[in-house]
Each structure stands twice: as structure tokens, then as C-alpha cells.
Design a binder for this molecule. Structure first.
Ligand SMILES: Cc1cc2nc3c(=O)[nH]c(=O)nc-3n(C[C@H](O)[C@H](O)[C@H](O)COP(=O)(O)O)c2cc1C
Length: 581
């Protein structure tokens, strides 16, 4: 993480705001609304290097305008754009995401147009309809092409992230320009339209990524995968120079920076919802405190996340923080759902935190805090309550809360007993490296008389072709005593990505009638249970076993097996450390 450094832009010379236009490709223009001041709109952005708000115009037989700037540019932007097009001839207005700050410009623009259709993601339609009730608004479909004529065929890519859940990118087949919005942007005001001096942009690009994308790197990676499908020659971002000379380098950097987040030893899941943006703003300041203290953060906007995504984030994290506004005396439903998942799945050793914005009574933060304390979670900072919009000092309090949380989490982890002959750092390094070994997540089921039991494992590997055989490493607290005899039967249920079966089981053996009651099962030929929601199952027989270190290595042959879902993908047991499951 780049720490907060103030590096004023040498080009700033009390220059006033302006809009600079350039033709960048065939019948395609950029309007760069420039400000040389320190940014106010992105609270975590501390560099004083100004920015450009880029808007684009594409003219075929029909005309499309992309991303008009915010309110502070409305007048000068419209004045400039009128020189290039008669506004009443505009056919389409494409919004890569909806920003309340742009509504004033949109209203002014709509007042001068006649038949314009606003195109945005489906997620943005309702917000936009509320703000512009008389406008013609269409949610885009990614399988449809908007043909402007003269070869300008536009495709759309859905790229939701927690911060911009309604994000889309647009690709023009003719010019091979990918309008990438917040991806590949940089906050820097200059006279450069292109990235010719791209080496000088490195630090600003990294800083932009760290501030805005690091906490959503998982969804950024998904977006990069989708973008890759389009043969872009240029990236035309929302801010900063257009990317032409360093396109593959920047795409590679983004991948690398996303990957880098995963190597941080401690991970925090920050779950929040925010109806009016105040809790989200507070979340940004806490994230900064965490990131600048070398923690990895997975930020999750619960309004747009599935229960599976929340469960996975909770499973993978070392600590979690929940942020909620108070609405009608409660936390919003999405936060109540997330809290339910946390309380039923998160290990008690995970550090917790609570924050939120409120108006008068602020019940939500109290409620979440009480439930977490009652469930014996330890809080990593004193719960943070802020009335309405956060001020400078409450944002500082948010940053400090993130810092305190990070330090407490680091201390907690250091309390582990060092293994003989290794320093703490060596253990961490080795454990991290060992943790990169992955195995398919499976539930091993056994049977003793009428008693069925099961436990979760990913310590499994194919060991022989003929006969087909596998090795499983088993701890005493798992089912070591049940797999002791040769000829003992068991079934390995290989789990499927995206299913929540793993929540029913732990790494320790669970037996009894209530373990399987909620699950669809059938009895296999060997008498053990097959979980119908698995990807595949293998009925096995123990052949040999040997004590190795603190585990029994069990070699078993596969008697029969079957794939239950031909389209499913094997769930993988990813770990950050090889010293725990
Ligand atoms: C419909 C509505 C109901 C609200 N109910 C409460 C309430 O019961 N108690 C309270 O303290 N604040 C209440 N508020 C104030 C919000 O908590 C406050 O505006 C907060 O900043 C919203 O946070 P957000 O921007 O993250 O959504 C309410 C606000 C609205 C719009």
C-alpha cells in the first residue's frame, strides 16, 4: 500500500477549471473537464494533483455521449460540447455508473435534447428513474449491440464492484476503444491527452489502485477477465490520460496488484450497507486505516452481495467489520442477513468491529454490537457512531479505528506458540508457502452401525491409477478411529463451487441424526451417505494407514464413483496459511 503522501502537481499554477477537447479516433472526441485543485470528492485521495473528468462523443449515423461530468463543470462543459454537436440531435447518453454529482449536468443536458435515450446498467435504472422521472431510460443488455452506424457498434460489459455496483464498460468495434470508466483511471491533471509519458504515471496509477480498487480486488479481477475478451487498442478511462502506449503493461499491473492483495498475511472482511452514502464514506476511511497497516481488505456492499459471497468472505477472513445505518430503528435487511451469516459461521477467534451512520437514535450499531458481544466475539475498536454525514474529524476517527483494528489483529496472531527451531517470521513464511497447496474440498462420510458421521477435508490426493486409489491425511479429532481398519468403507463427497454444503460440516467429525437432517442424502452401496448436492462421490475402502507427523495417512482404493453434476466446478480449499485448515 502506498502511504498517504501529498505530492502537489507542479503543473498547478492557480489555473482555473476548463474543458479541453480532442479528436482521439474516427468520429470520436474526448472532452476533458479539468480541475487543478485538490480532490474533494474522493475522501481517501490525499494527493493534490487535480484530475480530469473525461466524457466522450461518438458520431455515426446516430450519436452517443458517454459520461458527462459533475456539477462543477455543467456550464463550461455544455458550452464546449455545443461546438461539436447540436444537442437536440443527440440520440444516446451512456452512463458507466450513476453518480449523484452528475444529476445536475444530466438535467441541463436533457433540457436541450429531444429524443435522447439514457443507457445504463440494469442496477442503475431505478436510481436514475427517481432522479430523472421524465427521462427515457434503458437498462443495457450485455448480449445486445448498439449500432450507431458507420461501423460504430457498441458492446457493453457489466463490471459491478462494491463501490460501483452499477458499473459498465463500453467497447466500440470500429475504433477498438474500450471506455473503461474507473478502471485504469488516474487522478492527475495535465495537458497530456495520451499516456505517452506513461512511466511518469506509475506512482499515480498505483496510488489510484490502492485507494479505490485494492479493497475490491476480487471483483476487479472478474472485471479484467471480462474486459480481456475485447480486442481493445485503447482504454478510455473516466480520469486522466487515454491509454494507448502502456495498455498491456497497465492491464498486467492491475492483475499483479490484485494478486498482491492475496499475499497479505491478514485479511479483513468489511461488510456494509449504506442507503445514502454516509456509512459507505465512513467505510472508506476505515479501509484506509486497515490498508495502510498492511492488511488485505475485502469490502462487501451487502446490498449487492449474495449470501454465498458473504459466507466465503467470512470464512476466509481473520477479522470482520460490519457497518450499518439506522433506518426506522433497525439495521437494513441486508445487514441483518449478513449478521445472521456471521453469527452462524464465523469462528469466535475472529476479531470483530462495528460502525455506522445514524440520525437520532442509532439503534443499528448498538444492536449489532450487542449480538456480537453476546456471541463472545472480541471487538477490535470501540464501536464508531457518526451522526449523518461524516466530518473531517469523524473520518479521522474511522482511519484510527482501522489502524487500531489492524494492530490488535496483528498482536492476536503473534500469540501463537513458535515451533521448535524456527523464528516467528520463518514460521509465518513457511506456513504461508505451505498454505498455497490446495486440495478439493470434500465431505468424508463414514458409518458405524446406524451412526452416520461426516467431516470436511481438503487433504486428499489421488495416489494410484490401478487400482484407482487416494490418500487422505486425517487428524485424531477427525475420524482417525473410524478409518483404522483395512476394509473400512467410507465415501468421499467432492463438493461443488457455489454451494453452501461446507457450512454444515467442520474439520472435526460430526455424527448423530441431526447432522444430515437438513441435507438431501442417499445411502450408497457401501452403506455410507452420499450428499446429493455434491459434484461427485467416490465409495472407497481403506487399505493401509500410517502415522506421519501429527496425521494419519490413509491409503484407500476407490470401489465405485459417479459425477452428480456434469457442469459443476470442484470447490477448492484455499488457505492463507499452512498452519491451520
Ligand atoms: C427513512 C429513514 C429512516 C431513518 N430512521 C432512523 C432511525 O430510526 N434512527 C436514526 O438514528 N436515524 C434514522 N435515519 C437517519 C439515517 O440513519 C441517517 O440519515 C444516516 O446517515 C443514513 O446512513 P447512510 O447514508 O449510510 O444510509 C433515518 C433516515 C431515513 C431516510
Amino acid at each position: 500500500m502506498t502511504t498517504t503522501t501529498l505530492i502537489p502537481n507542479p503543473a498547478i499554477n492557480n489555473r482555473s477549471r476548463d474543458v479541453k477537447t480532442a479528436e482521439i479516433a474516427d468520429q470520436t472526441w474526448v472532452f476533458r473537464s479539468r480541475t487543478w485543485d485538490r480532490l474533494k470528492f474522493e475522501i481517501e485521495y490525499a494527493r493534490q494533483r487535480g484530475t480530469t473528468a473525461n466524457s466522450y462523443l461518438i458520431r455515426g449515423d446516430k450519436t452517443a455521449l458517454i459520461d458527462p461530468p459533475g456539477e462543477s463543470f455543467t456550464e463550461i462543459y455544455l458550452e464546449e460540447i455545443r461546438q461539436y454537436i447540436l444537442l437536440h440531435r443527440l440520440d444516446y447518453l451512456i452512463l458507466s455508473h450513476v453518480n449523484p454529482n452528475r444529476i445536475v449536468t444530466l438535467k441541463a443536458l436533457l433540457a436541450e435534447t429531444h429524443q435522447i435515450t439514457i443507457l445504463c446498467s440494469k442496477a442503475a435504472v431505478n436510481t436514475l428513474k427517481n432522479a430523472l422521472p421524465d427521462a427515457q431510460i434503458l437498462g443495457i443488455r450485455t448480449d445486445e449491440i448498439l449500432d450507431l452506424g458507420q461501423g460504430h457498434q457498441l458492446s457493453f460489459i457489466n463490471v459491478p464492484t462494491p463501490r460501483w455496483p452499477d458499473g459498465i464498460c463500453t467497447f466500440d468495434q470500429k475504433t477498438q476503444i474500450l471506455y473503461s470508466d474507473k478502471f485504469f483511471s488516474v487522478h492527475l491533471c495535465s495537458d497530456d491527452i495520451w499516456d505517452k509519458n506513461w512511466k511518469e504515471l506509475d506512482a499515480d496509477r498505483r496510488y489510484y489502485f490502492d485507494c479505490l480498487h485494492a479493497v475490491q480486488s476480487k471483483t476487479v479481477e472478474t472485471a479484467l477477465d471480462k474486459i480481456k475478451e475485447f480486442p481493445a487498442q485503447y482504454y478510455a478511462p473516466a480520469h486522466g490520460p487515454i491509454i494507448r502506449y502502456s495498455l498491456s503493461r497497465l492491464a498486467h499491473d492491475y492483475r499483479y496488484w490484485c494478486q498482491e492483495q492475496k499475499t497479505r498475511p491478514l485479511q479483513v472482511a468489511l461488510l456494509y450497507a449504506s442507503a445514502y452514502g454516509n456509512t459507505a464514506t465512513l467505510a472508506r476511511s476505515i479501509e484506509r486505516g486497515l490498508l495502510e497497516n498492511d492488511l488485505a481488505v475485502e469490502s462487501i456492499n451487502c446490498e449487492f452481495a449474495t449470501p454465498t459471497e458473504i459466507s466465503q468472505a467470512i470464512e476466509n477472513c481473520d477479522g470482520f467489520i460490519i457497518g450499518s445505518p439506522t433506518l426506522a430503528g433497525h439495521a437494513p435487511t441486508q445487514i441483518q442477513t449478513a449478521l445472521g451469516i456471521v453469527l452462524s459461521t464465523a469462528a469466535k477467534t475472529k476479531l470483530a468491529g462495528v460502525f455506522g451512520s445514524y440520525g437520532w437514535s442509532g439503534e443499528a450499531v448498538d444492536l449489532i454490537e450487542t449480538k456480537l458481544k453476546d456471541a463472545n466475539y472480541r471487538l477490535g475498536f470501540e464501536s464508531l457512531r457518526v451522526r449523518f454525514s461524516p466530518t473531517e474529524s469523524s473520518l479521522q476517527a474511522g482511519y484510527s479505528a482501522g489502524e487500531t483494528f489492524a494492530q490488535t489483529l496483528k498482536k492476536t496472531k503473534k500469540l501463537r506458540v513458535p515451533q521448535q527451531g524456527m523464528t516467528e517470521t520463518q514460521i509465518d513464511r513457511t506456513a504461508q508457502a505451505v498454505g498455497r497447496i490446495v486440495g478439493s474440498l470434500s465431505v468424508l462420510t463414514t458409518r458405524q452401525g446406524e451412526d452416520h458421521a461426516g467431516f470436511l477435508t481438503s487433504w486428499v490426493s489421488q495416489a494410484s491409477f490401478n487400482p484407482p486409489g487416494l490418500i487422505i491425511a486425517v487428524a485424531d479429532e477427525q475420524a482417525a478411529d473410524r478409518l483404522i481398519n483395512s476394509r473400512t468403507a467410507f465415501t468421499l463427497n467432492i463438493l461443488k463451487e457455489g454451494r453452501n454444503l461446507r457450512r454444515h460440516f467442520s474439520n472435526c467429525i460430526k455424527s448423530g441424526s441431526d447432522v444430515f437432517t437438513e441435507l438431501e442424502t442417499q445411502v450408497g452401496e457401501n452403506g455410507c451417505l452420499i450428499l446429493s448436492e455434491s459434484l461427485a462421490y467416490l465409495e472407497c475402502t481403506v487399505k493401509e494407514r500410517q502415522l506421519c507427523g501429527d496425521r494419519w495417512l490413509v491409503y484407500a482404493t476407490v470401489e465405485r464413483g459417479q459425477v452428480l453434476d456434469g457442469n459443476g466446478v470442484t470447490a477448492i480449499g484455499h488457505r492463507k496459511s499452512g498452519s491451520q485448515y
